[in-house]
Design a protein around this ligand. Structure first.
Ligand code: NAD
Length: 351
């Protein structure tokens, strides 16, 4: 069936994989990528599909309510997949208001525009909000986040995402807007912006720079290969139940320090370096405030109801990710110059 799908944040890390998945899998759909191209947005991520006839890019800021409405009126999308966000916890500690503007106000602008254009008929329409497991707060040594876990965000980032999730549900309860939500664990993979742990360490190992590890390195996260997340979004967008949320995770918990050691081991092998040489770059740095000890996702619902599960093990996904970065060092150098570099120098001046 022909459909127009508007994907916000499609020039970012996860968004670019979602755009590619939809453009390639659904040639009958028109895919519109709406992105403001902030420091994290990079159209180079989509070079391979930008000439496809079912793909178009629109530069716009979701905090601009008039611009959002005009785009919705022009394209009349049947579906929205909303990924545009300020996404980095450390940045949210420095500038929380930027997170309120994009993640909260921007989301409400999109919800309002969807309400307006679907006012007469919302049959077959869908607003898919992409969110994070960080809205649930922190776990101790045991337990998992389920879809019923109470929200308990601790950082300005997770508070802004929690707020946006509440608005999305409120629009379902109040106006009957056809929504679904996904709350996913940490992603990794190709095109990951090198302010985040895995690409940052790959970049630093390549450049013989220290590998900054917060606190004692015992923070535990669940990691999911980004292409598996894109496939989960495709499934939930098409087959999820209106008003429902689905947790998405890799069944794959790692303490930061163990993850970095695995990464060092694989990098040494792939670069032909002496075993243990990358590990010598590990440097423990001062902890971030409000740091959550452990996140772990129970992804049973999406597995049982929609048949989704991760397609690769962590070791395999990590290997593919490293291979991608090694073959795309130009991309990495490009992204790590300019504004990103200034931010990086300031953020890790102790490392
Ligand atoms: P990202 O920072 O790589 O990309 C965000 C994109 O949004 C960029 O292309 C940026 O240009 C765009 N953007 C930012 N502000 C905008 C604005 N005001 N208007 C329009 N576009 C704007 O983020 P990501 O890691 O790809 O995350 C995408 C989504 O998935 C976010 O909503 C995030 O909360 C969620 N999420 C991320 C992870 C993760 O591990 N990265 C895990 C779970 C959920």
């Amino acid at each position: 069936m022909n459909k127009t799908i508007l994907i916000t944040g499609g020039a970012g890390f996860i968004g670019s994989h979602v755009v590619r998945e939809f453009v390639l899998k659904y040639p009958e759909y028109q895919i519109i990528n709406l992105d403001a191209l902030t420091y994290a947005g990079n159209l180079e991520n989509l070079k391979d599909i930008e000439h496809f006839p079912n793909y178009a890019f629109v530069k716009a800021d979701i905090t601009d309510k008039q611009a959002v409405l005009a785009i919705f009126q022009e394209y009349q999308p049947d579906g929205i997949i909303h990924l545009a966000a300020e996404s980095h916890v450390d940045r949210s500690i420095v500038d929380p208001m930027a997170f309120v503007m994009t993640n909260v106000i921007g989301t409400v602008n999109l919800l309002n525009a969807a309400r307006i254009i679907w006012e007469d008929n919302s049959e077959g329409k869908r607003f898919h909000h992409v969110s994070t497991d960080e809205v649930f707060g922190a776990l101790g040594d045991t337990g998992f986040f389920t879809e019923e876990t109470k929200y308990d965000p601790h950082s300005p980032y997770s508070a802004s995402k929690a707020s946006s999730d509440h608005f999305v549900r409120a629009y379902y309860d109040t106006y009957g807007l056809p929504i679904v939500l996904t709350n996913c664990s940490n992603n990794y993979g190709p095109n990951h912006f090198p302010e985040k742990l895995i690409p940052l360490c790959i970049h630093n190992i390549l450049n013989n720079k220290s590998l900054p590890v917060y606190g004692d390195g015992k923070y535990t996260r669940d990691w999911l290969y980004v292409i598996d997340h894109a496939k989960a979004i495709d499934l939930v967008f098409h087959e999820g139940k209106n008003g429902d949320s689905y947790n998405v995770g890799g069944f794959n918990e790692w303490q930061n320090i163990d993850l970095i050691k695995e990464l060092c081991k694989q990098m040494d092998e792939k670069l032909g370096r002496v075993h243990g040489s990358s590990e010598e770059l590990i440097t423990f740095v001062k902890d971030r405030p409000g740091h959550d000890l452990r996140y772990a996702i129970d992804a049973t619902k999406i597995n049982k109801e929609l048949g989704w599960k991760p397609s690769v093990t962590f070791e395999e996904g990590l290997s593919r990710t490293i291979d991608w970065f090694l073959s795309n060092q130009e991309w990495l150098e490009h992204v790590t110059s300019g504004d990103y570099k200034k931010y990086y120098d300031n953020q890790y001046k102790d490392a």
